[in-house]
Design a protein around this ligand. Structure first.
Ligand code: ATP
Length: 305
């Protein structure tokens, strides 16, 4: 009987290992969806970022030739400022992130970082310049230190510790039996959604990129954790150029500029105040979300009793 079980056991182990591997890959490449299609131009130089300004110039893109997703999109993000992108589901928000990471090239137009067309620089240098804080951070089954340093091999302990402190992760570290050496992830200490998010923030801080891409960074958290994480994100965004892709408008109300995307076009743009005054799509979305929130509060109140 044992002889029958052992191969099954092994099979189970292989299956779990592969599955975990896939989860990790999915996390790292969540933005891709498909195999990356672009290649470095021969002899392409590295991107050199002195002032991390960012611009989309007339960018047109579709995954399939017969369906345009972005339709001549132009916007600028001055160095050090925060741009939020909002809009209905399917409007093309994540597509902007994928193009910025150069998982695809636009069919028309250019994307510039500090004046350099990202299609003409090495992908490694481009991706090193951009840090992502994803929506659902998945951890590797390894130590907390490994998880924080991931992607920046050779980061020393002092850097890891500083990143953990800046990501407000120290209260967690203090609680872990072996502090930074504690195994976390599916087979180790389970972390809460907020803690995982902080590990992702710390990971980004180790990388210390001039550009930040916040992809719906706070959508899976309760209100209080969300507020705390937002405060942390706001702090780490200082001095960096940030693009925040958001569903919930409350999280981006203080962005320097908000663009409202609809069907791959810029429907309107401005600050939160300007967009509310304009009374357009943004104001409509704001009113709708405010009323949903109101209902949510009532429900929470009822649950407390
Ligand atoms: P959401 O708010 O729901 O995340 P979004 O604004 O981020 O939406 P995108 O993910 O950019 O929207 O998608 C824009 C459109 O492109 C959608 O209609 C989507 O179905 C389509 N799309 C996204 N990825 C692919 C792909 N890999 N191949 C083909 N079509 C895609």
């Amino acid at each position: 009987l044992m002889q029958l079980f052992r191969p099954l056991d092994l099979l189970g182990w292989v299956y779990r290992t592969i599955r975990q591997g896939l989860v990790d890959m999915a996390e790292m490449f969540r933005l891709i969806d498909t195999e990356t299609e672009v290649e470095d131009a021969p002899g392409a130089p590295a991107l050199v970022v002195r002032r991390p300004s960012l611009a989309f110039e007339n960018v047109a893109f579709g995954y399939d030739p017969d369906r345009q997703i972005l339709d001549g999109l132009s916007f600028e993000v001055p160095a050090g400022s925060t741009l939020a992108i909002v809009g209905p589901s399917g409007a093309g928000k994540s597509t902007i992130a994928r193009l910025l990471f150069r998982f695809y090239d636009p069919q028309e137009g250019r994307i510039l970082i500090d004046g350099q067309d990202i299609a003409g620089v090495t992908q490694d240098s481009l991706r090193a310049a951009i840090g992502i804080v994803p929506q659902d951070a998945v951890l590797f089954n390894d130590t907390l230190a490994y998880n924080i340093a991931y992607g920046a091999e050779g980061a020393d302990n002092a850097v890891i510790k500083r990143a953990a402190r800046d990501a407000a992760l120290m209260p967690l570290v203090e609680r872990l039996p072996e502090r930074f050496a504690t195994t976390v992830g599916e087979r180790g200490m389970k972390l809460s959604g907020g803690e995982k998010q902080r590990v992702a923030i710390a990971r980004t801080l180790v990388k210390d990129p001039p550009i930040l891409l916040l992809d719906e960074a706070t959508s899976a958290l309760d209100t209080r954790t969300e507020q705390e994480i937002l405060a942390t994100l706001k702090r780490i965004a200082r001095g960096r150029t940030t693009i925040a892709i958001a569903h919930r408008l409350s999280t981006i109300a203080d962005a320097d500029r908000i663009i409202v995307l609809d069907h791959g076009r810029m429907h309107e743009s401005g600050t939160h105040g300007e967009l509310l005054t304009a009374g357009g799509l943004y104001a409509e979305m704001w009113a709708r979300q405010a009323s949903e929130k109101g209902e949510g509060v009532e429900r929470d109140g009822a649950a407390d009793r």
